[in-house]
Write a protein that binds this ligand. Sequence first.
Ligand SMILES: [Zn+2]
Length: 107
Amino acid sequence: MKPSPHHITNCRRCNARICWALTTAHGKRQPVNAEPTAEGNVAVMQGPDGVLYVRSITKDRPEIRPGEWQAMPHHATCTAPPPRRSGRPGERQRTGVRPVPWQGRQP
Ligand SMILES: [Zn+2]
């Protein structure tokens, strides 16, 4: 199985092809890589409501069942750095030198 094209979107950070699925455990949205892989540690399936569901592959339930495909959580492979830490080191060291009138002039 593979995700339907209409489930596939792009990661806003690294632009990889992903799909959003709900965890069967908590119902939280989790991005998984759109391309199935045997390396993945989760199984994804489309529910009868058309929503994708993702579950962890565990020792208890290691088998991929009909309708499921094996995928990698996108967190594991996202290549974009987390927001806010993308600045070059050393370039933002000169803060706090100039006193900034942050309130402006008071009447
Ligand atoms: Zn990403």
